[in-house]
Design a protein around this ligand. Structure first.
Ligand SMILES: *Cc1c(COP(=O)(O)O)cnc(C)c1O
Length: 386
């Protein structure tokens, strides 16, 4: 019997569950406060050093386990989790850029990244400049003495142009510029970013890693310890903690990620081939198809494609007609993102993303895990609404 008052017992019960529980799913550790065995341990513990725990914001076994797995999948050594993919992008920028610096972004970059560049330019004394993603080795001419960072996205997630990543990395490294790759499209499965020269690989885990369309998270992976430490400092200063429950859900999605990715890939190619044969479609922007700018780089550098691609309608169809087709779809939800079980569709005003772009209305498809025959039947029906 405890001599404690009931109020204290409500907080400090004497019962301790037996030790030795084992199961495949890792435990989900939830904590703000992390307890130290004594003051000496507390004083010796470093938030930066993942051999110890200091505070929930700086990591728990749950987040460290996920970080370790993601680094291994990507072929990196270090990983930091952020509350969204966009937070991962912002952390990279705030860690590596200061007033007076210059950053280069592809014109077709994930639009919120472009928006962040505008903000850095307007209010933080950093210049953000945008390059033609197909520029390749020509990027060298754009690099200035104050250029510190080059973002690449392979492929751009709307225009689907595949850049010559090794050429970009080579030109950047010759001039001491770090390369950050947004590798979300390939989930780290179909493109080995570090092997092609990237210094930093960023992911929106929101997409394939989660696989459930039910959470937001990002990751920044590096090979170099000193670079990771610069990023970790920004991670700490900005307070970019993630929910352990969400980290658990991401790790729960990982064992099936490759099989899901391959299923998305096979279905997307089936749909892309269907579009290719339709007279209403001017171009199929799928990296595995010849219409797609950079198709040869995809063939050289990638081992797969996933579920995301775009099509450009023939110029005789205006936006209102294409919107009617999109609205007539029943198996494709109208919405952003990808990597979940449900197929999605989104019309884009491509001129607002890519400075010099000709042609008709662009529609992006995220092919989910439905039977592709049903998706094609839905598309065929909706095309009558054009
Ligand atoms: C979704 C996405 C992001 C941002 O991820 P969020 O978790 O939605 O913030 C960044 N880059 C690309 C290419 C994406 O598709």
């Amino acid at each position: 019997m405890s001599a404690k008052s009931i109020q204290t017992t409500l907080v400090h019960s004497d019962y301790v569950a037996p030790a030795g529980f084992d199961a495949f799913p890792p435990a989900t550790h939830r904590a703000s406060t992390v307890l130290f065995a004594n003051t000496a341990t507390m004083r010796a513990s470093q938030w930066k050093d993942k051999t110890a725990y200091t505070y929930g914001l700086h990591g728990t076994p749950t987040t460290f386990t996920l970080e370790g797995k993601l680094a291994e999948i990507e072929g990196g050594n270090h990983c930091l989790l952020t509350p969204s993919g966009l937070a991962a992008i912002a952390m990279v920028d705030f860690a590596l850029l200061k007033s007076g610096d210059d950053v280069l972004l592809p014109e077709n970059v994930y639009n919120p990244n472009r928006e962040l560049g505008r903000w850095l330019s307007a209010d933080f004394g950093v210049t953000a400049r945008y390059y033609d993603p197909m520029i390749g080795a020509g990027i060298a001419a754009l690099i200035q003495p104050n250029t510190k960072l080059l973002w690449a996205e392979a492929p751009g997630s709307v225009s689907m142009e595949v850049p010559d990543l090794p050429a970009l990395c080579h030109a950047a490294h010759e001039r001491g510029v770090l390369v950050a790759l947004d590798n979300t499209w390939s989930a780290g499965l179909a493109l080995r970013g570090f092997d092609l020269g990237a210094d930093i690989v960023m992911h929106a885990l929101t997409k394939y890693q989660s696989g459930g369309a039910d959470l937001l998270m990002g990751a920044v992976i590096t090979r170099d310890r000193a670079l990771n430490d610069r990023l970790a400092l920004a991670h700490m200063r900005l307070g970019l903690g993630v929910s352990p429950d969400d980290a658990y859900l991401v790790q729960r999605g990982l064992p099936t990620m490759k099989m899901r990715f391959e299923r998305h890939d096979a279905s997307a190619r089936e749909l892309a081939a269907w579009f290719k044969a339709r007279p209403e479609i001017a171009k199929v922007l799928h990296p595995a198809f010849e219409d797609c700018p950079g198709h040869a780089f995809w063939q050289r550098d990638f081992t797969g494609a996933g579920g995301l691609f775009s099509v450009v309608f023939d110029a005789r169809f205006d936006e209102a007609q294409v919107d009617c087709m999109v609205d007539a779809l029943t198996l494709f939800g109208i919405g952003y993102s990808w990597g979940g079980p449900n197929s999605l569709v989104m019309p884009y005003r491509i001129n607002s993303l890519r400075d010099q772009w000709e042609g008709g209305v662009l529609v992006r498809f995220n092919v989910g895990l439905e039977d592709p025959a049903d998706l094609i039947a839905d598309l065929a029906r909706a095309f009558n609404a054009l």
